[in-house]
Design a protein around this ligand. Structure first.
Ligand code: NA7
Length: 534
């Protein structure tokens, strides 16, 4: 394949996002670890997503590393919900503080991997020309990494600028005096819109499906809040790992259906101001499991939208009615609904008249042409599987991962795939992923993976694999917990329905982080059940 001499490593980590950097730190003391990163900086999601308004949707006190107490004591978050520049600064601080940089290869995209069955080694090729040979690969490639661009024709005809939220120019964009079309109303669109509206001459928001969103209540961190967190960090990190979403919320005992209307409203009003999307989704014990209970919360949020948005027609268009709340990721916003009261903002119904093409003037829908200077695509990701299937990965017997996953991903515990030994994923498909707070659960998955690798070394083994029986068992477990929830009633990136032609398979483990962790630990404790070690 190549006449370049390979470089040897024990472990290749793909991705220098938060999980990848922690994997490098966790294993880098005992193993030769090389971390390959496509971007020219660290931070993963928080390196790429630098669109205006990009901000974490879980409070930073939680959404931050817990592996080193000195780090969490010394770091200061300026706002409750850190903005992208602060998250990127934090990622860089961690890379420097823990001496990771010399083992991170930036601007190096993994293009191809092949498992050498005779030697139990992975060969990893990059777009830099060279290749590495290593025992293990840890794919910390992220759940939301491969961006989705709608396949409309005519882009070359559009005279203006087209931007995607996931590939934002570092130098920023000046929207002053511009007619801006924003396509997509998921988390990215909902965050970007109010900031763009403040600058643009006019903002047209093209909405195919309205999002449910709640106010973040973001503000600068006050000293008492910070002191309280810092005094209690170790305890709170432990508590997080004992919850459904690795996030501290109040878990209810009441069903929405057994409360009076007044009681429902009181509980929901509190959740609305809780600054936590998880809290709204668990305001009652049955929000995510019973459509009637779910509808109580939907109606509450629709009521808020109607209160905030002055124009009744716009308000109705903004009210989600076709799926349960939580079925798509709940957004956390900073003035999204209120923005529609501005004179320079127009909501366009891209469901009634879908966008069909770019044209010289802007965007063409089934009904009309919208003249625009800038088009911002906030159209999301080929989520969960895209980061892996965009690499040409060849396992046992020439099997290709993208072929194996043609009709949906198969994994054991979201970590390994049958036919692809010694390859681990962090936040892969069929993990809790975005249904839990991802830095903490990423750290947990890295620790669990490190345990496997360390025990392989201790026991003198060189190959670990799973099989299709174990994959089927995990699929059954995943389907069983998912079937008890409202998720089956929503099209979302959780099940690939945002990507044309992608298999419609629910890909997130919604049994809760605690159950996920218990099952992962039990597999190792009970003689590596579902794995074979050679
Ligand atoms: P999302 O949540 O997948 O949102 C993408 C949005 O783009 C969503 O509103 C889509 O509508 C819309 N979209 C996608 N394709 C089209 C076309 N062809 N026409 C019109 N509208 C379209 O991605 P985000 O980046 O906002 O957020 C991803 C995650 O990041 C989020 O869930 C958080 O976990 C953080 P649709 O709903 O498919 O009708």
């Amino acid at each position: 394949m190549t006449d370049v001499s390979p470089e040897a490593a024990d472990i290749v980590v793909i991705g220098a996002g938060f999980s990848g950097m922690y994997a490098l730190h966790r294993l880098g003391g005992d193993y030769r670890v090389v971390c390959l990163e496509a971007g020219d900086g660290v931070g993963g999601t928080w390196y790429w997503n630098r669109y205006p308004g990009a901000r974490v949707d879980i409070e930073s006190a939680e959404y931050s590393y817990g592996f080193d107490d000195a780090l969490q004591q010394e770091w200061r978050w300026p706002e409750l919900f850190a903005a992208q520049p602060d998250l990127e600064r934090y990622a860089n601080h961690v890379a420097d503080r823990f001496g990771l940089r010399d083992r991170i290869r930036l601007s190096t995209r993994v293009t191809r991997m092949r498992f050498d069955e005779s030697a139990n080694l992975w060969h990893v090729w990059t777009d830099r020309g060279g290749y590495l040979v290593c025992r293990y690969v840890i794919a910390a490639t992220g759940s939301l990494n491969a961006s989705n661009t709608p396949p409309w024709p005519g882009r070359e005809n559009f005279a203006g600028q087209v931007l995607h939220t996931t590939e934002w120019p570092r130098e920023g964009v000046d929207f002053r005096g511009k007619r801006v079309g924003l396509v997509g109303t998921g988390s990215s669109g909902v965050q970007a819109a109010p900031i763009i509206a403040e600058q643009a001459e006019h903002l047209f928001v093209f909405q195919r499906t309205p999002a449910f969103s709640m106010p973040s209540g973001n503000r600068p961190v006050d000293p008492d809040y910070e002191r309280d967190w810092k005094a209690n960090y170790p305890e709170r990190r432990k508590q997080m790992l004992q919850t459904y979403g690795a996030s501290l919320v109040k878990y209810p005992t009441l069903s929405a259906l057994e409360c009076s209307k007044e009681e429902q409203d009181r509980i929901l009003e509190e959740a609305w101001h809780s600054r936590s999307a998880f809290q709204l989704l668990v305001a009652f014990r049955d929000v995510l499991t019973d459509m009637a209970a779910n509808d109580v919360v939907c109606e509450f949020v629709r009521g808020k939208i109607r209160q905030i948005v002055n124009d009744p027609r716009t308000a109705e268009l903004l009210c989600p009615t076709t799926y349960p709340i939580g079925g798509k990721r709940l957004c956390i916003d900073n003035g999204y609904y209120g923005m529609f009261n501005r004179d320079n903002v127009t909501l366009v119904d891209a469901r009634a008249a879908p966008i069909t093409a770019f044209c010289e003037e802007g965007l063409r829908t089934m009904e009309t042409t919208w003249p625009l200077d800038v088009i911002v695509l906030a159209t999301g990701f080929d989520a969960l599987t895209g980061a892996m299937t965009r690499i040409d990965i060849e396992g046992e017997g020439g099997m290709r991962l993208r072929e194996k996953w043609q009709s949906g991903p198969t994994t054991y515990l979201g970590s390994m795939v049958a036919g692809f030994p010694n390859l681990f994923m962090i936040h892969g498909p069929m993990t809790p992923s975005a249904q839990a707070q991802m830095i903490t659960t990423g750290e947990w998955q890295v620790d669990w993976t490190a345990r496997i690798i360390e025990e392989m070394t201790r026991d003198g083994k060189t190959r670990i694999q799973t099989d299709e029986t174990a994959e089927r068992w995990w699929q059954d477990e995943l389907s069983q917990v998912a079937s008890a929830t409202v998720h089956r009633h929503a099209d979302s990136w959780y099940r690939g329905s945002n990507i044309d032609g992608k298999a419609d398979v629910f890909m997130i483990y919604v049994g809760g982080f605690v159950r996920f962790a218990e099952l992962c630990n039990a597999a190792l404790d009970e003689g590596y059940r579902g794995f074979t070690r050679l």
